[in-house]
Design a protein around this ligand. Structure first.
Ligand code: ATP
Length: 243
């Protein structure tokens, strides 16, 4: 279980301060794929950064299992951030001169952990990248690069993977392929995955959609469909688009 309890995040001080999160409480059950969706400026990225220990909170608590992340010093956060949290970014962030395989196994190499004996068999079966493991990552298409980044994000079996607009740079066909890989890997492995997205159809690929507006959680939709997400977004004050 990963959770935020009554989290407040304020940037700056005095008259110029900005409240990015106001008393946000939300929990993410193990093994589920949750989308966080909301209008621009509603606090999605701030929530993700605070949950991941990449940004400090003003008040409240962040918990990963039995560990309260929000009380740890930056130094003490290094290990849980490295070992328990994975990231997938919009911009892929692969190392261009390394092969797809080397990029995928980089988190294991950095922590000195061996990979399991079935890893290669498993990777060869990943749609769209199985035949390209020895290619340099710069030689891959955007969709292939994001699939490599997804497998890399999950390789060390972190307690939770945060995906920040993972399809934001992709065309619709590549987006569908990337989302279906993210869905199947999360389901097969019982991985806890939290994805930030602007897009209703992308949010509908998750098991659950948490909607933010005005820096608060305003809706929590189990088994979201495109229609239920669009209807919920249409009711939000300040929704930038009904997508
Ligand atoms: N470093 C910062 N300093 C000051 N204000 C910030 C900072 N980061 C975010 N904010 C403000 O906090 C609020 C929430 O921003 P955040 O980036 O979390 O929203 P978002 O929902 O992710 O938006 P978008 O969809 O446009 O990326 C906004 O008003 C933003 O301007």
């Amino acid at each position: 279980m990963f959770s935020a309890v009554q989290v407040v995040k304020t940037y700056g001080f005095g008259e110029t301060s900005v409240r990015a999160l106001g008393q946000v409480s939300v929990g993410f059950e193990s093994g589920r794929f949750t989308a966080i969706k909301g209008p621009s400026g509603s606090g999605k990225s701030t929530l993700m950064h605070c949950l991941a220990g990449l940004d400090t909170i003003t008040s409240g608590q962040i918990w990963v299992g039995g560990t309260e992340l929000s009380t740890l010093s930056d130094r003490d956060l290094t290990r849980p951030r490295r070992d328990r949290i994975g990231f997938i970014f919009q911009a892929f962030n692969l190392v261009p001169h390394l092969s797809a395989l080397k990029n995928i196994t980089l988190p294991l190499a950095l922590t000195g952990r061996p990979h399991g004996p079935g890893l290669m068999d498993h990777l060869v079966g990943v749609p769209g990248i199985g035949g390209r493991l020895s290619h340099g990552s710069a030689e891959l298409s955007g969709g292939q690069q994001q699939r490599v980044a997804i497998v890399r994000g999950l390789i060390s079996r972190p307690a939770v993977v945060f995906a920040d607009e993972p399809t934001g740079n992709l065309d619709s066909r590549s987006s569908d392929e990337v989302l279906s890989l993210l869905q199947s890997l999360t389901m097969d492995r019982g991985q806890t995955t939290v994805m930030v997205t602007h897009d209703g159809a992308t949010a509908a690929c998750a098991h659950r959609a948490v909607l933010l507006s005005d820096n608060r959680v305003v809706n929590d939709i189990p088994a979201p469909s495109v229609a239920s997400v669009v209807a919920a977004m249409a009711g939000l004050r300040g929704a930038s688009s009904p997508r």
